[in-house]
Design a binder for this molecule. Structure first.
Ligand code: KG4
Ligand code: ZN
Length: 343
């Protein structure tokens, strides 16, 4: 089974080809082009710029992935693309390209939910068996899910306001640390003192595993405003970055522990995915939580935690294995929860 996957839902344009043979799985090619430089002047992703940029780059990336893999279209079993959720202009570019390839080469089209891509990555990298507990932490999402099988997800908790990555991105902007904020906060935190500023621990002691990050973001703003006017120094920014990182990690740990208590089935593993899962302090803390509950902690390599096309090709392959394909009139979805029941 060999599938080409396309990712265009945010600010990475990416194409990958993955293959599964006699139980072994490999990535034959992954061509990825980040738009970070185009969005940097605006301090965030501009949807219109993103869509145009995907349109400019995607054809060449498809060609590059095909030539890097050294395969021809005849040898593909399916064409997958992120069909939502995400910035709809970009999603349309990816979906239309995948539909065109599918139509011309007479291959099945598979509409992949971007979140399902993140959710199933650990099966590609570590062959994790169902069911497992998944923490999905990115710039647009923060959720805990029980992954029971392809298409079978139960959402245990989600953010009531901002996503974790969004909180890092907005705080980094206030601290003058640049874009994207998560890696900048992590870097600044290395030389900061986490105990200098006390940031709130939202929902502490409360049942359930919903998340909330907007209070921390507001507390960062109030802390900056309380400094003498215009006096935010580099060490203040580092201390505040360290305090924020500690607060975010403590909050996520608290919520994940509750998540373990809410599971219906004994999980085979605790899996983290999404861009924020690249954060080392968070990884270390989550590893400890998994240990307390006696399951392995699995986190894909950083380049497969952030947005990529390998996860889309892989989710497409898993769906195709089950005979799950989509018609060419499938409509891209700006919103598309993984667990319809809790939407
Ligand atoms: O999964 P992703 O690439 O895109 C979305 O689907 O959102 O995640 C991007 C998010 C951004 O908010 C970025 O600031 C955050 O992940 N991020 C990090 C780190 N690397 C990326 N947050 C904390 N620490 C990091 N090292
Ligand atoms: Zn993502």
């Amino acid at each position: 089974m060999r599938v080409l996957g396309i990712e265009t839902s945010c600010d990475e344009t990416a194409v990958a080809i993955v293959e599964e043979r006699q139980g072994g799985r490999r990535c034959l090619a992954h061509a990825l082009s980040s738009q970070i430089e185009e969005h940097r002047p605006y301090g965030g992703v501009v949807p219109e710029i993103a869509a145009r940029s995907h349109l400019d780059r995607l054809d060449q990336l498809v060609e590059r992935a095909m030539s890097d893999a050294g395969v021809d279209y005849d040898s593909l079993d399916g064409i997958a693309a992120t069909a939502g959720p995400g910035l709809i202009g970009g999603v349309i570019v990816g979906v239309m390209t995948a539909k065109a390839l599918s139509s011309v080469h007479r291959k099945p089209f598979i509409a992949v939910n971007h979140l399902e891509g993140h959710a199933l990555t650990a099966r590609f990298t570590d062959d994790v068996a169902y069911p497992y507990l998944l923490l999905l932490v990115s710039g647009g999402h923060c959720q805990l899910l029980e992954v029971k099988g392809v298409g079978h997800y139960q959402r245990l908790g989600t953010t009531l306001d901002d996503a974790a990555g969004e909180c890092f991105d907005k705080a980094a902007k206030m601290l003058g640390l640049g874009f994207p904020g998560g890696p900048a906060v992590e870097r600044a935190a290395q030389s900061g003192q986490a105990d200098r500023f006390k940031l709130p621990r939202p929902l502490k002691g409360r049942e359930g595993c919903d998340f909330s990050f907007s209070g921390m973001k507001t507390a960062v703003r109030h802390t900056i405003e309380a400094l003498p006017a215009g006096s935010l120094q580099k060490h203040d920014a580092s201390d505040l970055a360290a305090s924020l990182q500690a607060a975010v990690v403590a909050h996520i740990v608290d919520r994940c522990s509750n998540g373990f208590e809410m599971l219906e089935n004994t999980p085979t593993a605790f899996v983290a995915a999404g861009g924020v899962a690249a954060n080392i302090a968070l990884r270390t803390a989550l590893d400890q939580v998994a240990g307390e509950y006696g399951v392995p902690f699995v986190v894909p390599p950083v380049e497969l935690c952030t947005d990529n096309a390998v996860m889309i090709a892989w989710a497409g392959l898993e769906r195709l294995n089950l005979g799950l394909t989509d018609p060419l009139d499938f409509k891209p979805k700006p919103r598309w929860p993984l667990d319809a029941a809790s939407a």
